[in-house]
Design a protein around this ligand. Structure first.
Ligand code: PLP
Length: 381
């Protein structure tokens, strides 16, 4: 247990809530969850499922028609159709990450991932006894993974690589060429490739590129996706992995050993999310785009702050190096003195020093307030 880490967003949220309990007003930009309700047609599907008796155990890897729905959705969004027996439904995207690490890696084998990156990667790599091999993302490369940097990190003990596009915390998106090069590298060196695509639909420019198209998740690619972000379903705990047969059997066993199966009526809501009307997702992304544009423009007017325009997800990752203050101290100052809950870049790895992360899954009027508060505190350019 000494090796396990955490997702500090949950701790930051708890600190902000504690201040609210004392009567302080807090603007929330720390946690990564859409501020939109789950679309009503999805909620309705869950209610119907409850009435229809989806209240018992179901097959460990998922209800067959829900696994079918995942295949249909992958065909629509990624352009190839996996078979249902390549799909494992799980209570969130996180369990698939955990299961994949457990199933694919032995102790002391190496796992490549991005720094800054979703903190659970490093935490889980360490926890299972594997070796974390971070690749630093550079602002001058718009925080995109540079395949040249990956080449330098691949060693005989490299077993798995995790990529994430659109990326948490920077919002960076990989190009088709980068994704292809990464997929080829994994192929040539016999490395599993876990592609975390939970933000694949929260995209503002261009197309989403998935390495899963190259081997159709039959050889080395594990496609990880979920419902938390795209369908505003964080509390439903729903996600899935599409993967090669060799891993399916182990991840199904891990499911049986840990949770037995994913909630049956939640799965029926998931089916509706995947196959039902998509307008609410598109409307949510449009609203995120409006907020992103406002946020980036506003942050770039604050003295000492500069911010790239992210291509996806709902985060900005402004550079605060000119302030010459540690990111963690800025996080504390913003929370304690200005009532702004945010996260320091180092919550996502050591390479996050000099950056802050704001989630703009927060209403526009709050974002306007944030920018005004920052301008008042730090001045304008
Ligand atoms: N992967 C990334 C990159 C995330 O940002 C998150 C949540 O913040 C997850 C996975 C976990 O999602 P879920 O709620 O489906 O477990």
């Amino acid at each position: 247990m000494g090796r396990i880490g955490t997702e500090t967003a949950f701790e930051a949220l708890a600190r902000a809530r504690a201040l609210e309990k004392q009567g302080r007003r807090i603007l929330h930009f720390e946690i990564g969850e859409p501020d939109f309700p789950t679309p009503p047609h999805i909620v309705e599907a869950a209610k119907k499922a409850l009435d229809a008796g989806y209240t018992h155990y179901v097959p460990a890897a998922g209800i067959p028609e829900v696994r079918e729905a995942v295949c249909e959705y992958i065909n629509r969004t990624r352009g190839f159709r996996p078979t249902p027996d390549q799909v494992v439904i799980a209570p969130g995207a996180k369990p698939i990450l955990f299961y994949t690490l457990l199933a694919a890696c032995d102790k002391r084998e190496q796992v490549i991932y991005q720094d800054p990156g979703f903190p659970i990667y490093e935490s889980m790599i360490r926890y299972i006894g594997a070796r974390p091999v971070p690749i630093k993302l550079k602002e001058k490369n718009e925080f995109r993974l540079d395949p040249e940097d990956i080449k330098k990190k691949i060693k005989p003990k490299t077993k798995l690589m995790i990529i994430n596009s659109p990326h948490n915390p920077t919002g960076a998106t990989l190009t088709e060429e980068e994704v292809k090069t990464i997929s080829d590298l994994c192929h040539d060196h016999g490395i599993w490739l876990l592609s975390d695509e939970v933000y694949n639909e929260i995209l503002y420019e261009g197309k989403h590129y998935s390495p899963s198209v190259y081997d159709k998740c039959l050889e080395r690619t594990i496609l990880l996706d979920g419902f938390s972000k795209t369908f505003a379903m964080t509390g439903w705990r729903l996600g899935y992995g599409v993967m090669p047969p060799e891993l399916i059997k182990w991840e199904t066993l891990l499911t049986i050993n840990s949770v037995s199966c994913t909630s049956a009526f939640s799965q029926m809501a998931a089916k509706e999310a995947l196959l039902g009307p998509h307008e609410s997702v598109l409307a949510m992304v449009e609203e995120f785009r409006r907020r992103r544009d406002y946020m980036v423009e506003g942050l770039n007017q604050v003295k000492g702050w500069s911010c790239l325009k992210p291509g996806g997800a709902f985060y900005v990752f402004p550079n605060v190096k000119k302030l010459k203050v540690k990111s963690k101290d800025i996080e504390n100052h913003l929370l304690n003195d200005l009532g702004i809950a945010s996260l320091c870049g180092t919550a996502f790895g050591a390479a996050g020093e000099g950056y802050m992360r704001f989630s703009y899954a927060s209403p526009m009027e709050k974002i306007k307030e944030l920018i005004e508060l920052l301008k008042k505190e730090y001045g304008t350019k």
